[in-house]
Design a protein around this ligand. Sequence first.
Ligand SMILES: *Cc1c(COP(=O)(O)O)cnc(C)c1O
Length: 475
Amino acid sequence: MEIRKKLLSSIPAVDEVLKSRSIESLLEEYPRTVVTDSIREYLNEHRTEVLRGGFDNDNIKEPDIEYFVTGIIKKVEATMKHRLVSVINATGVILHTNLGRAVLSEEVNEMLIKIASRYSNLELELSTGERGSRYSHVEEHICRLTGAEAAMVVNNNAAAVLLVLSTMARDKEVVVSRGQLVEIGGSFRIPEVMEQSGAVLREVGATNKTHLRDYEGAVNEKTAALMKVHTSNYKICGFTKEVSSEELVELAAKLELPTIEDLGSGVLIDLTRYGLPYEPTVQSSIKAGIDIVTFSGDKMLGGPQAGIIAGKKHYIDKMRKNPLTRAFRIDKLTLAALEGTLRLYYDEEKAVESIPLLRMLTLTLEQLEHRAEELKRKLEAIIGKSCSVYVTDEFSEVGGGSMPMHKLPTKAVAIKTHSISADRLDSRLRAYKIPVITRISRDAMLLDIRTIMDDEYDTITEAFEWALMENQQEK
Ligand SMILES: *Cc1c(COP(=O)(O)O)cnc(C)c1O
């Protein structure tokens, strides 16, 4: 108890600490409030620890101010460091939702900086000087690229679906197949979104099979629309039947009802040309006659987070007047990024070359191998003494709930070391100033070359050097 009393009385006052030389120089770099708060918090933590008896057996005698300074500086730095930082995605999951989904292209980034740092004609019609619509900057591109009559954009596709249902089917019924009641990660579930919108879900068919007659049989005077949902993140295999967009449109026309299709990922190019599985394009749904199509901006489109609604003008006009549109509206940065991304699609070759998602998706095995060898060489030169580094065959994933069954053959650089476990190395790499996010498989650490950008090889090598060195020091 004597020790505790002594230690407690030796804790300096905040003002005293503020006057110390090391803290004074800290104040040149960091705001006073943050430094003062950190001192107070640090001293309080120390006091609590003393009271808990945490130092009873240590032989620290009445510590001086310098004793506290290191801890305080660490606290200040931790508070002031950027929390949202760029990371290196070595997982091979191209649309990694936790890592921000699609990476934007260089062209788009230039535009973003310009729009962010200056005034823009966001809602100004330059030809007349009158108030304009923020959606006009992307609407024409969406229409030209998809063949739709009209389009608008909201914050994300979940919001798009909610807005569409709330506008077209409030207090009425929407017929959906039981096989398409999707749950997307992050609690987006079609039945729940439908409830939120005020529309009533009318499920038809069975999990594996839904026929056209099932839709027809469910229609009554309360029906507002027939809806299709792309089962983006799962597949029903075996004895199955889905109604095509064309068939649904034909039935809806006969019943004088509109059709809605939630495509999830918005694919604008035919991916089979690149050896990938067929994904329905937005154009094909519009061409089939679907009245309203919704899709994400940051999935297979490779743009910013956004929800795009494309289709018949009179429905889109109604949506514009829905108060939810104001609540779901997108900001100028998203608009700039979306416009920039869409523009690239006029020239497919250019799109595949400059939209990172499409570039990563269409890399050939030969290109991947070449890159993996280059990264392997760089890593070997630095950590080859303590680790075995080799190139191995692996599979990447599209991610973001897109093409769930499709495994993309890829090349990964594998790292094995006896001095540290793969899990430990993984956590060290995440602590690096540019965190490296990897995949671990059977005790080896894997760096999937597909999602690693060309200019990140040196940073990865530095991260490994740092992680292994830190490990040595901690031993
Ligand atoms: C991903 C997805 C959504 C949600 O889109 P967000 O842009 O993530 O809000 C909705 N419907 C389907 C079918 C999806 O795949």
